[in-house]
Design a protein around this ligand. Structure first.
Ligand SMILES: Cc1ncc(COP(=O)(O)O)c(C=O)c1O
Length: 303
């Protein structure tokens, strides 16, 4: 990664001990990645930096991607484009709406186009995505959520930082959407790490796609995927999870996003009640940011 991009994100984020019931079975820590940057904190900076670096290398000055009306990814892409000197285009799923997320993106200079849902479904294949995007000019196309090898390459910087901050055996709990962040971490971390991924959504092909993103001779960190209770509710925040989130925020003073980190923490909490973990392991939960999405659930930006 070019220095000018990386130096913008070079200060390590803190690792903080969680308090109260989070200390009763095993000590649990949180990597406060959401504090990395007010606009691009969480897992966004590393996934996007991998893509931005690749776009620059290939001589592009226009970034294009796809997402929903409350997409953390489109929001971060618009702000990253403004900061690093790229034009940006966002293809938004569904009929025209102006959410706070999209208003921020438009204010940062992103051109928005609304795509009917049946056409948007083509985004999953390379051909489908380029068919969907070809009408919008020559642009570096970033798959939904910053997925793909460039996204995972950016995550190596986060992995290196975590590795330097903790010694010994570590269980790293990570929320999983596309699996790009998790794949990047598993690929880059050594074997003293176990990465536990918590599926935010119901996706039967995830394990296969994750394995496909790892080198065939992978000998580093081990990994496991766990379901989460709300993963069949798409982007909803069921009442039980909302109560869990409120309790966590009150106890810890840490705001959560309403989809990813909260689903992971709730499942991790249940898992730790039954798991048998060696005493010398450190359990580290990764906060992947996404706080702007709180507004889609009527929540204030801060807890
Ligand atoms: C806040 C947040 N956390 C976690 C994820 C999941 O990351 P990945 O798609 O790399 O699995 C996303 C989606 O990009 C996200 O917006």
């Amino acid at each position: 990664m070019t220095n000018s991009l990386l130096t913008a994100f070079s200060l390590p984020t803190p690792i903080q001990s969680l308090t109260g019931s989070w200390q009763s079975r095993y000590p649990v820590f949180m990597k406060r990645e959401e504090l990395r940057d007010p606009e691009l904190g969480g897992n966004k900076w590393c996934k996007l930096m991998g893509h931005i670096e690749a776009a620059r290398r290939h001589g592009h000055d226009h970034l294009l991607s796809v997402g929903g009306a409350w997409s953390n990814h489109l929001h971060a892409l618009a702000l990253a484009g403004r900061r690093f000197g790229f034009a940006t285009t966002g293809l938004v799923r569904g009929h025209e709406v102006m959410t706070e997320t999209l208003a921020d993106a438009a204010n940062a200079g992103m051109r928005l186009h609304f795509i009917p849902r049946n056409a948007y479904r083509q985004r999953h294949t390379v051909e489908g995505l380029s068919g969907l995007t070809m009408a919008y000019g020559r642009a570096w196309i970033i798959p939904e959520g910053g997925e793909g090898r460039h996204g995972a390459a950016g995550v190596t910087h986060l992995a290196a930082e975590i590795e330097s901050q903790l010694s010994g055996q570590v269980i790293l709990a990570v929320p999983v959407g596309s699996g790009t962040t998790m794949a990047g971490l598993v690929a880059a971390l050594p074997s003293r790490f176990q990465v536990w991924g918590f599926q935010a959504f119901n996706d039967a092909s995830l394990a296969t796609r994750l394995a496909a993103q790892l080198p065939s001779n992978h000998q580093g960190a081990g990994w496991r995927l766990y379901p989460t209770e709300a993963m069949r509710t798409h982007h909803q925040l069921p009442e039980k999870l909302m109560l869990f989130m409120q309790k966590f925020e009150q106890e810890q003073g840490i705001a959560l996003d309403p989809i990813y980190t909260v689903r992971m923490l709730s499942a991790l909490d249940q898992l730790l009640a039954v798991a048998d973990i060696p005493d010398n392991s450190t359990i580290l939960a990764l906060h992947t940011g996404g706080l702007q999405g709180r507004r889609g659930h009527g929540l204030a930006l801060a807890a």
